[in-house]
Design a protein around this ligand. Sequence first.
Ligand SMILES: NC(=O)c1ccc[n+]([C@@H]2O[C@H](COP(=O)([O-])OP(=O)(O)OC[C@H]3O[C@@H](n4cnc5c(N)ncnc54)[C@H](O)[C@@H]3O)[C@@H](O)[C@H]2O)c1
Ligand SMILES: O=C/C=C/C=C(\O)C(=O)O
Length: 484
Amino acid sequence: MKDVHNFINGEFVATERFFDKRTPVDNSLIARVHEAGKAEVDAAVAAARAALHGPWGRMTVAERVDLLNAVADGINRRFDDFLQAECADTGKPRSLASHIDIPRGAANFKIFADVIKSVPTEFFEMATPDGLGALNYSLRRPVGVVGVICPWNLPLLLMTWKVGPALACGNTVVVKPSEETPQTATLLGEVMNEVGMPKGVYNVVHGFGPDSAGEFVTSHPGVNAITFTGETRTGSVIMKTAAEGARPVSLEMGGKNPAIVFADCDFDKAIEGTMRSVFANCGQVCLGTERVYVERPIFERFVEAMKKGAEGLRLGRPEDPQTGLGPLISQEHRDKVLSYYARATELGATVVTGGGAPDMPAELAEGAWVQPTLWTGLDDSSPIAREEIFGPCALIQPFDAEDEVIRRANDTEYGLACSIWTENLARAHRVAGQIEAGLVWVNSWFLRDLRTPFGGAKQSGIGREGGVHSLEFYTELKNICIKL
Ligand SMILES: NC(=O)c1ccc[n+]([C@@H]2O[C@H](COP(=O)([O-])OP(=O)(O)OC[C@H]3O[C@@H](n4cnc5c(N)ncnc54)[C@H](O)[C@@H]3O)[C@@H](O)[C@H]2O)c1
Ligand SMILES: O=C/C=C/C=C(\O)C(=O)O
């Protein structure tokens, strides 16, 4: 069993408090994680502060860009180490992590290296009463020490989606990974040292949320801004904490995302895309689909095809290339998802497929396994249609008219993502423009151009990150007016 340390000021730091990390594949113990206390968080914030005024703070943009690209290359150089660690922590199929999680870890540094080296700032020449005029130009400066609070579903991807722009803009970071998935954040510390990232630029403190490392980071007066990805209710708590000291927050939170399937869709593409958006990462993707609205003429055919797809998913170990579905992240989360499965049955849902725990081979029986599940027969008011379950499940419902399905899709306090399947281009633009969400895909899902704005509307988030949009959060924009 391995030890997972904190990473502070370029050093791997042990503590006297530990928590276990068990793999959700079979619930076996795989690591002992060193929990950071207030002292370690203080040390991490102090190191991050000091780095702002050391070599890192004096680097040119070009030097920062070179380092960010070196970090990306370092992740690719140690691809298998990151793959092994991420799949051990999460149980996700290697086939998934090797195509999404780990490549995006590198891409998230490269995209912001590209952005920061070519982003302009404004200039305004102004007339003045004396006729001599004045010049206005703006400069971007780092906000300072950024607290990064991460979720467990796409650990490396989502952590680097925040660390990449933070460092590109000249900030330093204190990262608090989820307690469920500690390994890749500490492993990135090894890469930071290998590429010569100045000490204190990247720091990692392990622990939990309330009254633990998470709260110690978000409440620390030395933290200038907080970027959070996780549940909406957690984001609200963090926002309250950040209010002390008026620190800005960037919040990427929960969702209850709809897929809208029109009768004129490319049926096979709609099935392939909706199978991914419902079941990828065992349904543990914030952008994933948990509500599927299908135009009535193809409803039965669509349900049958989804049933066939779900029943074709093979549950298994990450390293098995045939694995189509891994376990959920933990026994606790499995209990939550199974409670929704039971509730759907109690509410009278038709269980198209799944609805419980699968029979797994003895060696996997202790893992956090659930059946891929599809329901019909519940209405929009049911908790199954309204509450984020965050598992491999979806409610499929028919609709008859475009304005009806837009109203129903928008009938949620969330507003993160939506996928629309239609071959009618005018309808695609018309419907997409009326969906109340930060991200709408047409005839696709999770197709990501990292230059585009990413974030949620309503209770799914605050702020947009991605491309130049990340600069709004990770820099202070200053205007300088020169009187001629
Ligand atoms: N919008 C997005 O981009 C996005 C992406 C991924 C996940 N999510 C959401 O994240 C959730 C799943 O992730 P999760 O279960 O890890 O979320 P979570 O809110 O339980 O925890 C997220 C992180 O916050 C920390 N935390 C918890 N309470 C805290 C507190 N009081 N102060 C400081 N830190 C605290 C946790 O330790 C963890 O590191 C889902 O709701 C999913 O929709 C959203
Ligand atoms: O589970 C949520 C996935 C979020 C994905 C991103 O933030 C991204 O693709 O940049």
